[in-house]
Design a protein around this ligand. Structure first.
Ligand code: PGA
Length: 252
């Protein structure tokens, strides 16, 4: 089963999300071999849950508070997300690491809170252009994964998917070569093998993210070590997202 996670970022109002979902669900083929998840702004989650109820689409959030309770004005905790019917949450996206100064320790806390509240996690990792140019990709990935997964039990990895998103590929229209992505995915699996087990490293789902669109998906689909894609900009167009799903779903 391939996973496609659409990251809406800070796009579409709740009303536009409703329109989007009505159009998407009218045309979506539910016999797919693809698991589709939509990661929405908090405020669009209730309408999305309502429109997508009884449909085979997962609804996700894009953030979670690192604490379960307390004085955290403006934050949303794990219990609130669970109660709202959220299935998964994106943690560690590079936009949050950079702009909101989220470090690996905070990300680790967020993951623990998410898991404790029964939410699956999409953990984003990836190197900057500078790291890439200085051949530091693998060491950055190792540091990010080890920091984020510190103290977790192996069985908890069942609810974690890792998204490899080179920062220089996000929203730029540039993607790494397939070989580079395969190597990064293998490096991620090696860290999991080292820190958990061979079985965990084989079982963990890894997504590729960064400028995936309805054209390059034909190439990207050939990846052997990734189990799906995290899609930003290209998911905002219903037809574009459906094309991506159809290409991934097509076994040829
Ligand atoms: P993009 O974003 O597909 O627009 O590059 C991906 C992401 O940030 O998750």
């Amino acid at each position: 089963m391939m996973k496609i996670i659409a990251n809406f970022k800070m796009n579409l109002t709740p009303s536009l999300t409703k329109e989007y979902l009505i159009q998407l669900l009218a045309r979506y083929n539910f016999n797919d071999n693809v698991e589709l998840g939509l990661s929405l702004p908090f405020i669009s989650i209730p309408i999305a849950k309502f429109i997508a109820k009884d449909k085979n689409v997962l609804i996700g959030a894009q953030n979670i508070c690192d604490e379960e309770e307390g004085k955290n004005t403006g934050e949303i905790n794990g219990a609130m997300l669970k109660d709202a019917g959220v299935d998964f949450v994106i943690v560690g996206h590079s936009e949050r690491r950079k702009k909101y100064k989220e470090d690996n320790k905070l990300i680790n806390h967020k993951i623990k809170v998410a898991l404790k509240n029964g939410l699956s996690v999409i953990l984003c990792v990836g190197e900057s252009l500078n790291d890439y140019n200085n051949l530091k990709t693998f060491s950055v990935l190792t540091e990010q994964i080890e920091g984020a997964l510190k103290g977790l039990y192996e069985n908890e990895l069942e609810n974690i998917t890792i998204a490899y998103e080179p920062i220089w590929a996000i929203g730029t229209g540039i993607i790494p070569s397939l070989n580079e992505i395969e190597k990064a995915c293998q490096a991620i699996r090696n860290v999991i093998k080292e820190d958990f087990s061979l079985k965990a490293s084989e079982n963990i789902d890894i997504l590729y993210g960064g400028s995936v669109n309805n054209k390059n998906i034909i190439q990207l689909k050939k990846l052997k070590k990734a189990n799906g894609f995290l899609i930003g900009g290209a998911c905002l167009d219903v037809a574009g997202l459906l094309q991506i799903v159809n290409v991934v779903n097509d076994k040829k």
